[in-house]
Design a protein around this ligand. Structure first.
Ligand code: HEC
Ligand code: HEC
Length: 367
């Protein structure tokens, strides 16, 4: 702190005779007590601007910031938003690799996929309080983004658990490990298990996490009314009141992405009882989901398009006892030989409903 001051004074040539006084003023300015006073003054000004008595929150305020102000405990995955890190995380997620801090290209995390093969980075649910694949389908169609097995990274830092419900039940604690309670571990698990890739280095995980923070929810995403903003902005000091405001804010969005697995119908000819397929919805599913990976040049060698040939091939298999049947491939996916080939992740119910499986069947059978 002292150095630049001194240099500036060195350049200053005082008029003759005034030298001793000037020096004593400088000495005084630099004296310990005086600089302590300046520091305290600066700190006072800083806190005055950083923590206003009455926070004024609006649609642009990050949700996490508001929750923290209301006394929410710090998330284990909290990170400062540093643009250089966000950029590296962005590159890993979208292109599969980045450059390290010495400027060297890293190797690909996965030979087969990038994260966006299976995850969106946009909002994909019109109502953040429910995970409803039917509402999601129309919503993503309108936005022109795909309909995928993995949950979007948008708002992922605002979740409180990952790989939920049947993922932990069916894969067991050995595979899921810490990933249910730690976003860092969830990222690592997906790099190795879902992507069939290499473990990411610590800094790479932090880069991805930084990018995730740039995708956090803001108050504007929650659909609050003008009155809701008033209520929030009137938040006082009372701990019980703050706790109830926190709980209330959390009713506007899900704190986890639910995942329940399902089975093929008992009789494939009859399909899921009581549901009638809608071919036009099935067409959307085919285009926004299946073709995302199965179009020519996609991640799968099994090519699908709009030709009668590929649709009839799918159609023939529907009622068969085969992994190629829609009734098998959707709820069970395919398995990877560890580390050796791409596989197809299955769809939990929250990512494709039984009604939607029937819709897809109706579309495929219309050929
Ligand atoms: C082949 C498909 C696939 C690829 C590639 C993939 N994931 Fe996933 N990922 C999934 C599936 C399926 C889940 C299951 C849970 C969910 O998202 O609903 C998941 C879950 C996650 C979760 C936990 C989400 C939650 O809320 O439960 C994180 C974090 C994650 N993946 C990070 C990544 C990252 C980072 C990459 C890239 C390095 C990646 N994934 C690549 C399929 C994939
Ligand atoms: C996230 C990418 C992805 C999505 C989305 C996806 N698949 Fe797949 N699918 C794969 C991969 C990878 C394989 C493994 C086969 C391979 O190596 O190419 C596969 C395999 C299959 C197979 C078995 C092929 C074989 O030769 O064994 C069928 C059938 C299939 N998918 C149908 C579908 C249908 C129908 C949809 C839409 C509901 C769909 N897939 C959505 C990636 C995907």
């Amino acid at each position: 702190m002292n150095k630049p001051e001194k240099q500036r004074h060195d350049k200053y040539i005082p008029p003759e005779g005034k030298l001793p006084k000037a020096i004593s003023v400088v000495k005084h300015l630099l004296s310990f007590r005086y600089s302590l006073f300046l520091m305290l003054l600066a700190a006072g000004l800083w806190t005055a601007t950083a923590l206003p008595d009455k926070p004024q929150w609006d649609a642009d305020t990050p949700l996490y910031q508001v929750l923290r102000y209301l006394g929410e405990k710090q998330a284990e995955h909290e990170l400062p938003l540093r643009p250089a890190w966000v950029q590296k995380g962005y590159e890993i997620v979208h292109f599969g690799r980045t450059t390290d801090f010495e400027g060297h290209r890293t190797s690909y995390v996965s030979k087969y996929y990038v994260c966006t093969t299976c995850h969106n980075v946009e909002r994909e649910d019109p109502d953040l309080r429910v995970s409803d694949p039917e509402a999601r389908l129309s919503y993503v169609k309108e936005k022109g983004i795909p309909f995928l097995q993995g949950t979007t990274f948008r708002g992922i830092v605002n979740r409180e658990s990952w790989y939920n419900d049947d993922y932990i039940k069916k894969y067991g604690p050995e595979i899921i490990g810490n990933a249910q309670h730690s976003l860092r571990s969830a990222i690592q698990l997906c790099a190795v298990q879902c992507s069939q890739g290499r473990p990411m280095k610590r800094w790479e995980v932090n880069a991805v996490l930084s990018y995730f923070w740039s995708l956090q929810w803001k108050l504007g995403d929650l659909g609050l009314s003008a009155n809701d903003y008033k209520k929030l902005n009137a938040a006082g000091e009372d701990e019980a009141e703050r706790a109830s405001l926190r709980a209330w804010l959390k009713t506007f969005y899900l704190q986890k992405s639910p995942a329940h697995f399902f089975d093929a119908p008992a009789d494939k000819r009859k399909g899921y009882p009581g549901l009638k397929g809608r071919a036009s919805v099935g067409k959307d599913l085919y285009e926004l989901s299946c073709l995302h990976c199965h179009k020519p040049g996609g991640v799968s060698h099994y090519i699908l398009d709009h030709s009668k040939l590929s649709l009839r091939h799918l159609k023939q298999k529907i009622t068969k006892d085969s992994h190629m049947s829609l009734y098998q491939i959707i709820p069970y996916g395919t398995y990877a030989i560890p580390g050796h080939r791409p596989y197809m992740p299955h769809y939990p119910l929250e990512r494709m409903s039984k009604q939607q499986v029937e819709d897809l069947r109706a579309y495929v059978e219309s050929f």
